[in-house]
Design a protein around this ligand. Structure first.
Ligand SMILES: Cc1ncc(COP(=O)(O)O)c(C=O)c1O
Length: 449
């Protein structure tokens, strides 16, 4: 008996300590034509799919039929898949029993949905450091933008004084990111919620950069809504979610008027449904919802292993980049602040777009350069540099699919670039940015159909 018990325990521990499998792309070509393993350091933009997600999508692709209103057996199966996906998403973010899970296209769609559901006159308080998806959907005349803070204490102080100035009006909405998509730094969301609660404000947590790396517990956090995207959580594009309180959503006009959102229609009037269906008009994205749920379930089971893996990568990435002469890392609260594995940096004397192009063409490394749809934050960070030589930054973002070798390759490549510049000649192209002058890679990528 005891042996049996011990081996069952071991199996469980082995399962949860292992990293879940992600898809491995074919080797990618360098500018020389040589093939190398791709180094995925662009997780903050989009993440490679989990094998479990590919399997789930394959299964549903082979079985799907109409959802919700069909009477055939496969309609029943498909409807069950779709509603089970909703339950998994709720579990994944620690939703309260009466919260609603609305499937959206992604985070941007989720924040815009909530913006449409804002009760009349609701002021919105948001930090300028937000991603544009959380910065821009709100009515301009009622939005209070707080400047990029230099410390969590400053952020909380500014929030408190703004909310206290709004205390006599309708309850505000506070929008806050869980982790910055530029610097990876964690925002003090527990304290933000505590301040908001003191003033009766509601809170939307933009967890687009958080859910792949840290557990979110909406109920424990006492935030009102959370928004996130499947393609940043190892599921493909096209599905995300807005999860949280149903009152504002039920009181709002349907996001898309049509079938599913309507309960009864007569010549004289239309009665709209409530709950998720009110804002999921039209035939739903069942494959996207299933992919998202498969990613949630898999990440949830492997969270411990994932966090340990990423803690090591984050430390090496931050310390390694900081140690390269001529490289500057950029942070809101300081390089030692807790963060997910995302680092923004610049290389003295080199345009950030050129650095990113050279990392890809000469080393097979995928990063991103620019302002990362967070223009105000990147401008503020780069303005802290007294010489202000850069208009944009490079962002390296690691995760589940990143290995130690990928990080070491990046650090060696950045050090080489900082010391010697690119090894081949580049020119700037209006459409593609920096491209090698001579390139052995095929101009056209093979299409998957
Ligand atoms: C913090 C944050 N919020 C929102 C978004 C928008 O996500 P999506 O493009 O999936 O709508 C992103 C995407 O980069 C993000 O990083």
């Amino acid at each position: 008996m005891s042996t049996h018990h011990a081996s069952a325990t071991t199996t469980t521990q082995t399962l949860t300590r292992r990293l879940p499998a992600v898809v491995h792309p074919d080797p990618v070509p360098l500018v020389t034509g040589e093939l190398v393993e791709y180094a995925p350091l662009d997780h903050a933009a989009s993440t490679p799919a989990l094998e479990a997600v590919v399997r789930a999508v394959d299964t549903v692709t082979r079985t799907y039929s109409s959802v919700h209103r069909g009477t055939g057996w496969l309609s029943r199966v498909t409807s069950a898949h779709y509603e089970a996906a909703r339950e998994e998403v709720a579990r994944f973010v620690g939703a309260r029993a009466d919260d609603v899970v609305v499937f959206t296209r992604a985070t941007t769609d989720a924040t815009n949905l909530l913006a449409r559901a804002l009760p009349d006159g609701t002021p919105v308080v948001v930090f300028a450091s937000e991603h544009h998806a959380s910065l821009l959907p709100w009515p301009a005349e009622r939005t209070h933008r707080l400047p990029v803070p230099a410390s969590p204490a400053e952020a909380l102080g500014r929030l408190e004084s703004t909310l206290s100035g709004l205390a006599d009006g309708p309850a505000p909405l506070v929008v806050v990111t869980g982790a910055s998509n530029v610097t990876g730094e964690l925002w003090p969301v527990e304290q933000v919620v505590a301040v908001a609660r003191r003033y009766g404000a509601r809170v939307l947590l933009d967890a687009a950069q958080l859910v792949a790396h840290r557990r979110v517990d909406l109920a424990a956090l006492d935030a009102d809504w959370v928004a996130f995207s499947g393609h940043k959580l190892h599921a493909p594009f096209g599905a995300g979610a807005l999860v949280g309180r149903r009152d504002w959503l039920d009181a709002a006009d349907p996001y898309l008027a049509g079938g599913g959102a309507s309960a009864a229609v007569s010549e004289a009037s239309t009665t709209w449904t409530t709950g998720a269906a009110r804002h999921e008009g039209g035939s739903p994205n069942v494959l996207g919802a299933v992919a998202l749920a498969a990613a949630c379930a898999t990440v949830r089971r492997h969270r411990g292993a994932l966090e340990a893996h990423e803690e090591r990568l984050t430390r090496r990435l931050v310390e390694g980049l900081r140690a390269v002469p001529g490289v500057r890392t950029h942070s809101v609260f300081g390089d030692d602040h807790d963060r997910v594995p995302v680092v923004a940096f610049t290389v003295d004397g080199l345009d950030s777009g050129l650095v990113a192009a050279a990392l890809s063409a000469e080393h097979g490394i995928g990063v991103r350069a620019g302002k990362f749809c967070a223009h105000l934050l990147v401008d503020a960070l780069l303005a802290r540099d007294p010489k202000r030589p850069h208009a944009t930054a490079v962002r390296a973002s690691a995760g589940l699919a990143t290995t130690d070798e990928h990080v070491e390759r990046l650090l060696a490549a950045v050090a080489d670039l900082a010391a010697h510049g690119p090894r081949v000649a580049y020119r700037r192209d209006e459409t593609h940015g920096w491209v090698p002058v001579e390139d052995a890679r095929a101009a056209d990528v093979p299409l998957p159909w």
